[in-house]
Design a protein around this ligand. Structure first.
Ligand code: FDA
Length: 388
């Protein structure tokens, strides 16, 4: 096997690096632990309904970065899908994120923007002084009534922790929109890949200079693309978990994971919307996704639909790591790992992506960060002295 560059992980970060390196004339070998490429953005038709389901949670593409938008459009067209979310509280449905419609429905009022602003500000003034926990922080931002209805139960379920026991830093802002605009994202460009994520992601790797080895763990020994065989010989861009690379030398970093409970329901439309949050803590799941609504332009069966209930919890060994927990201990460990990452540079190994840097990245951020690595770092990485 001959490669100028080994890319570990075929998520959007790894695929972008691989595609750009191949376009510059390098032979690239991608090593992927799973049985499919594409990382967490992967979607595929549900076997019972044919409805496109996102296997690792709903993925909505949005960006204001023109370079990223131009780049992704080389591999896929996008539908004109615009994301909107609703939430159930005490048996009533409200629009999210909190906007003038939510405020007026909740307070049974018809406030204009300024009156609503004054009301929320007066309620937020209940607490003065430095917030001691997430609950106090949230109340200081949006007041107690809106916090108790829309934030407390949902946050407690997300973190399996009472918000009075969560640090205030978990939230920095809780935006309230003083208009009726309930579009979820503010970005200039938004949409879903017309033929699904699998087609998009597969096209990115469809290059004569790129090979993809599936079901191959870079960190497991005994194959020619393992860390043991490759490190110090061929430059590597590693997008797997940073702590696992170093054998958890400074301890494992904390993640939250999600459990998905899929159900096929005998109706053409279960909830009338793609995402329905459940804000109250007496409902164990955080939300229900109904995937047919992501592609209203497609012909789907009208007598059945597929829904997925989402449950959030702390990840244990073997679970999919989804969202960094980021406790003060995690941050300290991360700093220690970053020193090891610096040392690995001399062996021609660079780290990237959400797992390789322990941070939540939206898809457009992962792509932008991969393009930056190619711009700023690839030549130096390829040129690390002593590597072939
Ligand atoms: P990603 O995790 O996709 O890829 C890493 C790859 O490395 C995986 O395929 C993994 O199997 C592989 N790997 C790990 N260790 C390995 C090893 N030792 N050997 C070989 N391979 C290995 N973004 C957005 O813009 N809009 C959205 O709506 C959402 N929604 C969303 C929902 C949920 C639940 C999550 C967790 C995340 C999102 N995202 C998102 C974020 C999106 O998933 C993220 O931006 C991309 O997955 C980042 O791509 P990466 O390549 O960094 O990681």
């Amino acid at each position: 096997m001959r490669a100028d560059l080994v890319v570990v992980g075929s998520g959007l970060f790894g695929l972008t690096v691989a595609e750009q390196a191949a376009a510059r004339g390098l032979d690239v070998a991608i090593v992927e632990r799973r049985n499919h490429l594409g990382g967490n953005a992967w979607s595929e038709p549900d076997p019972d309904t044919g409805i496109e389901v996102h296997r690792y949670g709903a993925h909505l593409f949005h960006t204001s970065n023109e370079r990223v938008w131009e780049y992704v459009n080389r591999f896929t067209g996008f539908t004109d899908y615009r994301h909107r979310v609703w939430t159930v509280h005490h048996g009533e449905v409200f629009p999210m994120p909190i906007n003038l419609g939510t405020v007026n429905q909740f307070f049974r009022a018809n406030h204009g923007p300024q009156a609503a602003r004054d009301l929320v500000a007066a309620q937020a003034a209940e607490l003065t002084g430095e917030p001691k926990n997430l609950e106090e922080k949230a109340i200081s931002l949006i007041g107690r009534p809106l916090y108790e209805a829309f934030v407390r139960g949902y946050t407690a379920k997300q973190w399996q922790t009472d918000p009075t026991d969560l640090p205030a830093e978990v939230i920095s802002r809780l935006p309230v929109r003083y208009t009726y605009d309930n579009r979820y994202f503010n970005d200039r460009f938004e949409g879903l890949p017309t033929d699904g994520y699998a087609a998009w992601l597969t096209r990115m790797a469809d290059h004569p200079r790129i090979t993809v080895e599936l079901e191959t763990d870079f960190l497991a020994d005994g194959h020619e693309l393992s860390r043991e065989s490759v490190r110090g010989q061929v430059p590597v861009v590693y997008t797997g978990p940073i702590d696992r690379y170093f054998g958890d030398a400074h301890g494992a970093l904390g993640w939250r994971t999600l459990d998905f409970e899929r159900e096929v329901v005998a109706t053409g439309d279960f909830q009338g919307a793609p995402v329905m949050n459940y804000a109250d803590d007496d409902v164990p799941f955080t939300r229900i996704l109904e995937f047919r609504h992501f592609h209203p332009e497609r012909a789907y069966p009208d007598d059945k639909t597929v829904i997925v209930r989402e449950f959030s919890r702390f990840a244990e060994a073997g679970d999919e790591p989804y969202y960094p927990v980021n406790t003060p201990d995690d941050r300290e460990r991360l700093l220690a790992y970053r020193e090891l990452v610096e040392q690995e540079r001399s062996q021609g190994v660079a780290f990237g992506g959400r797992l390789g840097t322990y941070q939540y990245l939206d898809m457009h951020m992962a792509i932008a960060s991969a393009l930056r690595l190619v711009d700023n770092d690839l030549d130096a990485l390829i040129g690390v002295r002593g590597l072939s």
